[in-house]
Write a protein that binds this ligand. Sequence first.
Ligand code: S5P
Length: 264
Amino acid sequence: MQAAEAWGNRWTNAVLPMARRYMEVATEKQSLVCLAADKNTMSGLFQLVVEVGPYIAALKTHVDLIDDWTPEAWVEFCQVAKQHNLLIFEDRKFADIGKISQSQMGGIYDIRSWSDIVTAHLISGPDIVDGLQSAWKSVGREGGVLLLAQMSSRGNLLTEDYSQNVVDNGIQSDGVLGFIGNGSRPEELKDLRRRVGEQKMIWTPGVNIAVGDGEMGQRYGDPYEAITAGSDCIIVGSGIHRADNPAEVAEQYAKLSWQGLLDR
Ligand code: S5P
């Protein structure tokens, strides 16, 4: 199946090259799964990506939680991810003013030189998107920003009004790949999809086959339901990396997510 056929409107309406790249990879792998690779060691990360690489479309990292991080090991890790045809998504949740966010794409981690996607809050205003985009441009690369329109954690302060402002702003911004939505609440997600329309992506954390409450206020919803409610990518962390057999479980998430897209 071709990406255009599988994705319909989302493919036709896509503006950002990164959106189509994701849809192509997801179609090729028949997986709308982004692995949240929340491992604290480089060896743990390498092992995980080698095991589950074939069943996922994107790899989400938190580069600042790794105990033994080195630039050399990271370059190698990104190469392994590329060999598995994975989009690399640094979940940095930038929030500062435009020019500081632009600089924070550099620094010791040099996120601009290896990330395809990053997350940002829009709390400081729309210039943050320009700051992040110009950082990619400064190293001759392209990327996409996912704005946090909702969060999966209980008691979060992203009110409906705030969320609506993020959506209104983000849908008009070319540098925005889409939004982070709350995968744990299909009803909220449907509402978000209605507000976002058919162009931008919605990626959703807070997804686990075992639905319900997670650790420290995390909440989980069903992966298939998240996709049929309008999510374009399920972000799954502990559901996969804490499983006894991560590869087997990742394949299960991939199948559910792909079926969700076809049914949708
Ligand atoms: O609202 C959010 C936004 C994000 S990006 N809730 C989240 O949980 N996340 C991220 O998704 C979080 O940083 C973590 O890396 C992942 C969820 O991991 P899990 O182990 O709970 O599946």
